[in-house]
Design a protein around this ligand. Structure first.
Ligand SMILES: *Cc1c(COP(=O)(O)O)cnc(C)c1O
Ligand code: SF4
Length: 442
């Protein structure tokens, strides 16, 4: 197959314009390819030669988990939406008409879940600070402007709205001075998490411009980088022209007396088994950085306990620290990827029971919802009632962290909003109803 690849610094990306040719490699017929392209005009598509040639098992598609991780599926969106857009593509409809149809489908997909826009954007005086989220007292999220894309896109991405070029859906900043100013004004913040997109899409000099100004801030204990680069482009730390420079920057963070926490997103064990990944992991760890791992539980990609046992044990063997198992968020094609909470808990527990204590640093399954990170601790019977046992790992209101609460058992529930409180008339984070519908913060 001949494909024109785009990208810089030796990195080669495939985008929507390569999709048809890539699908031909999978042997899909004309109709299927058109419908997949229809889905890819609503949800972002991007992959690269490493993912296509090294990670995907083309003899096992469409079942292959890595294929499903990056390639849109024709049944990911409602049938009538796919047919309508496929029809417009087939008829070569005017761009404006296609864009209007695409936009309507996107707006139905809850592009900014969990109050990301309204509740988490911090204020400096009366101005809101763009490119930042401050939800939990000790940690600030920063979205560097040049880091708002990824080496490939996950089909389940909850940040998908940032990649589709709707200006009002983007949140990013290149104001590293503004970040430092905000941190000085908020001495309770001990950790900055660079996120995206993927901050490791940035070259070493650009990343340095964001990281270096933080090294003199005594209040900071850690600088975190949330990234899927180890899975999607491990050459970033081994063969890319700025690999050595990147590793020097990591060393500089460690030498400044702060923890460089490299938060690696791995969705499937196959992503961490190649020689190149293992070399990259060693190189990062040799800087003194600590690699912690996290991923959501996704139907048809990693919804089996064996997959998580293989991930956690493999990570531990390479010196990485399992951190979070997330529940798929309520955005994008959630119906397609959702695993019911009751099943998520079983998968977590069955995997957790089979790994050594060194892997049991992992927490979950956890929902990043409006009140905080809600962990499903289990399903049990209390006073003859079948209930979920839950607790908040992180909360907007820190006094709620770590206190167990209950919800009525519901085998179909996939998100906190599907749950009803048990043994109480509200959840601890719900506002208390006082008098005639008057609301008080809970
Ligand atoms: C998950 C998350 C954090 C970090 O939480 P930790 O439990 O410290 O990893 C910070 N801010 C937001 C908005 C988050 O969702
Ligand atoms: S790497 Fe992260 S931000 Fe990028 S597409 Fe995947 S889930 Fe989304």
């Amino acid at each position: 197959m001949t494909l024109t690849q785009t990208g810089t610094r030796g990195f080669r990306a495939y985008t929507a314009k390569h999709l048809d040719e890539l699908l031909k490699r999978g042997g899909f017929d004309d109709g299927t390819r058109l419908r997949v392209r229809a889905v890819a005009s609503v949800l972002p598509f991007r992959t690269n030669a490493y993912v296509v040639d090294e990670l995907i098992d083309w003899s096992d598609i469409p079942g292959d988990p890595i294929y499903r991780l990056v390639f849109p599926q024709e049944d990911m969106l409602p049938e009538q939406d796919v047919s309508r857009i496929a029809g417009l593509l087939r008829a070569d409809a005017p761009a404006a008409e296609l864009q209007a149809a695409v936009r309507m489908v996107r707006m139905g997909l809850n592009p900014h879940p969990a109050g990301q826009m309204e509740l988490n954007i911090p204020k400096a005086g009366n101005e809101s600070v763009p490119g930042m989220q401050h939800k939990y007292p000790e940690t600030v999220l920063f979205f560097p402007k040049q880091g708002q894309t990824c080496h490939a896109y996950c089909t389940y991405c909850f940040r998908w709205a940032q990649f589709v070029g709707e200006p009002d859906l983007k949140m990013a900043s290149d104001d590293s001075e503004g970040l430092v100013r905000y941190l000085r004004e908020h001495p309770q913040v001990t950790s900055v998490l660079f996120t995206g997109g993927d901050p490791m899409i940035m070259s070493a000099p650009v990343l340095r411009r964001y990281v270096e100004p933080l090294l003199g801030l005594e209040q900071l204990e850690s600088i975190r980088i949330g990234t899927k680069s180890l899975a999607y482009w491990p050459g970033r730390f081994v063969t890319d022209p700025d690999a050595a420079d990147t590793l020097r920057l990591f060393s500089a963070v460690v030498e400044s007396g702060k923890n460089l926490a490299f938060m690696a997103h791995f969705s499937h064990p196959r992503e961490m088994e190649s020689q190149l990944v293992q070399t990259a992991v060693r190189a990062i760890r040799d800087t003194g950085a600590v690699i912690r791992t996290q991923a959501p539980l996704i139907r048809s990609i990693n919804d089996h306990p064996d997959t998580w046992v293989r991930m956690w044990t493999g990570q531990q063997a390479q010196g990485m620290v399992p951190y979070y198992m997330f529940v798929e968020r309520d955005t994008g094609p959630q119906d397609y990827f959702a695993v019911p909470l009751a099943r998520a808990y079983e998968i977590f527990r069955d995997a957790y029971a089979r790994v050594s204590g060194l892997c049991r640093t992992v927490r979950g399954p956890s929902m990043s919802s409006t009140p905080g990170k809600v962990c499903v601790d289990g399903v049990t019977e209390v006073a003859g009632r079948r209930v979920f046992v839950l607790h908040l790992i992180q909360a907007r209101d820190p006094s709620l962290v770590g206190r167990p609460f209950f919800a009525e058992y519901d085998p179909a529930a996939v998100w906190i909003s599907d749950l009803r409180p048990a043994f109480a008339d509200r959840f601890p984070f719900d506002p208390a109803v006082v008098g005639e519908g008057e609301l008080l913060a809970g």
